[in-house]
Design a protein around this ligand. Structure first.
Ligand code: FMN
Length: 172
């Protein structure tokens, strides 16, 4: 899909058909995630692919924002692998994972699928059910599926602040 069309058309899909996501699409999404830029090319992302009913049931213990999607991807970062800025020890893992997550979100739409970036989850519950080591931090969960016939953007989708409120020229 052409970039500008993709950016304008994409919205958070919160209603799915029960149709499963085929394996080729999952691989295409993961391949796109792999191409995301990361600080010093450390590639600290870890992506959990959750397809089975059992995994989705586990995921339900960490978030209610799954919208009955048939599958999900959870984007995490390995903080021990991520670049650390020497001036202030800022760990880039979450930024890197967010860029990977953005690639995933856009590719999902490119394939005619739908997803919502879910940040409203209980990290402690997520860690527990998926046995995450302490150095792996969950960043974003994407319930993914085929949009239901009557799926539509939420009212929030149409609300973007004017540039004057979010862009600063030269100084604050
Ligand atoms: C970091 C982040 C966290 C989000 N968490 C949630 C969430 O937990 N539940 C949800 O329904 N939507 C969530 N969203 C989706 C936003 O609400 C949505 O992107 C925003 O309202 C704009 O709508 P649009 O994606 O349809 O353009 C999240 C989005 C981002 C970027």
């Amino acid at each position: 899909m052409e970039y500008s069309t993709l950016i304008h058309e994409r919205y958070s899909v919160r209603k799915f058909s029960p149709e499963p996501v085929d394996e080729n699409s999952i691989q295409a999404i993961l391949d796109t995630a792999r191409l995301a830029p990361t600080a010093v090319n450390k590639q600290p992302q870890r992506i959990l692919v959750l397809r089975s009913a059992e995994s989705m049931e586990k995921l339900r213990k960490a978030t209610t924002y799954l919208f009955n999607a048939p599958m999900a991807l959870a984007v995490c970062c390995n903080r021990d692998e991520a670049w650390v800025r020497p001036y202030d020890q800022y760990n880039s893992g979450v930024i890197d994972a967010a860029i990977v997550a953005t690639h995933i979100m856009l590719k999902v739409h490119d394939l005619g699928l739908g997803a919502t970036w879910v940040g409203h989850f209980d990290p402690a519950a997520f860690r527990k059910v998926f046995n995450l080591p302490g150095y792996v931090e969950p960043v974003a969960i994407f319930p993914i599926g085929h949009p239901a016939d009557d799926a539509k953007p939420s009212p929030m989708h149409g609300k973007r602040r004017p540039l004057e409120e979010t862009v600063v020229y030269d100084h604050f």
